[in-house]
Design a protein around this ligand. Structure first.
Ligand SMILES: Cc1ncc(COP(=O)(O)O)c(C=O)c1O
Length: 365
């Protein structure tokens, strides 16, 4: 008998058939499947920064001599630096290896089995993922026209088991922001509310100034998008100090690597460079949007992030995404009921827009 036989009965029954998060395709998985060398693949499927990180990050990492030492578990210096950048005091800040991890920590802190978490779909799927991992129930509130959050429906979805509300602004994958007044109306309910500002540097819209007024407000940010550090994994949140200290207590020790800490320090010392890349992406976003408008079978939506969502008005979004992949261009397709007729395209460099538009024109039905 194999020793592993019978292991099944030890796995948590609620997780044995768990629907994981489907992450974007990485170029490596295409090796042998497409006729294009991996180096030539244009990756517009994960909202990464096409310009890469600051050169100061590369230099600082190359000269680091203490990768053998654990990072400071209390994140003292890191919290101070992030606090200065966010314009708050350090006791509001908690950092983690990506804002996904912070989403997971927040859900662990608030949600017990059977508790409810409100999300406004279509939106970022990690809110569902982490809630279900904790045995919580996701209460999906449908967005309205142009993917606007239906504030009235959010308020009426609240029950005595509601523990959290997640709002992404700009929203992933639709790119639209939530008007400030709508967020305030939701905050007024008193339910702990996470405002996910992963794309803040592209939208310049933030709820951080309201942190003292609303003790139920938590804001999440990341270095993955604007600072080009997706691969090094750094995110942070701005929390009421009581919540920040609970999160510091439940976090896995040393959850931000020495390399990531160094990268944050070097990035924050090179803001002028990084924000000029952000500006280039914003300009390219407008150009890409204008070009997509000219493609007869696509309906692009205006975006405040570093990507554009477009519905496919003729033909299938899945087929389009596959055909683009065959041509070496990766865009995001979501196999989810509300998103099945759309694709999300990250804003790349001008040459990426040119290559994409050329192929989209060729593929016209
Ligand atoms: C809305 C939103 N929140 C959080 C994240 C996660 O970012 P990180 O790389 O910091 O985990 C993403 C990444 O795509 C996102 O779109």
């Amino acid at each position: 008998m194999e020793v592993s036989e019978g292991i099944e009965k030890f796995i948590r029954p609620d997780l044995a058939t768990f629907t994981g998060y489907s992450a974007s395709t990485s170029p490596e998985t295409l090796a042998g499947k497409v006729d294009i060398p991996l180096k030539k693949i244009i990756k517009l499927n994960a909202n990464e920064n096409p310009y890469g990180c600051s050169p100061k990050v590369r230099r600082a990492l190359a000269s680091c001599r203490h990768f053998n030492i654990y990072p400071d578990d209390g994140q003292q210096e890191l919290r101070k630096r992030l606090a200065t950048y966010a314009g708050v005091a350090p006791e509001h800040i908690v950092a983690a290896n990506g804002s996904n991890t912070l989403i997971d920590m927040i859900v662990r802190l608030f949600v017990q089995p059977g508790d409810e978490v409100i999300t406004c779909i279509p939106t970022f799927d990690i809110y569902r993922f982490s809630t279900e991992l904790c045995g919580g129930k996701v209460v999906n509130v449908l967005r309205g026209d142009d993917f606007a959050v239906d504030v009235r429906a959010v308020k009426s979805a609240i029950t005595n088991r509601t523990k959290l509300i997640f709002l992404a602004t700009p929203n992933n994958p639709t790119g639209n922001i939530i008007p400030r007044q709508d967020i305030i109306e939701i905050l007024e309910t008193g339910i702990p509310t996470v405002i996910d500002e992963a794309y803040y540097e592209f939208s310049q819209e933030t709820m951080v100034p309201y942190k003292s007024h609303y003790r139920n407000l938590m804001v999440l940010r990341t270095f993955s998008k604007w600072a080009g550090l997706a691969g090094l994994r750094v995110g942070y949140g701005i929390f009421p100090p009581r919540i920040a200290s609970c999160l510091m207590a439940i976090k896995i020790p040393h959850n931000v690597s020495v390399a990531a800490e160094i990268a944050v320090r070097a990035s924050l010392a090179d803001l002028y460079y990084l924000l000029s890349q952000v500006k280039a992406v914003i300009e390219e976003r407008q150009r890409l949007y204008n070009e997509l408008l000219k493609i007869p079978y696509l309906k692009p939506y205006p975006s405040r992030a570093n990507f554009i969502y477009a519905t496919v008005t003729q033909g299938s979004a899945f087929d389009l995404h596959q055909k683009l992949q065959q041509k070496g261009i990766l865009v995001r397709y979501f196999d989810k009921p509300l998103l099945r007729n759309g694709i999300r395209i990250s804003v790349g460099k001008p040459e990426h827009t040119k290559a994409l538009i050329k192929v989209l024109k060729q593929l016209s039905p």
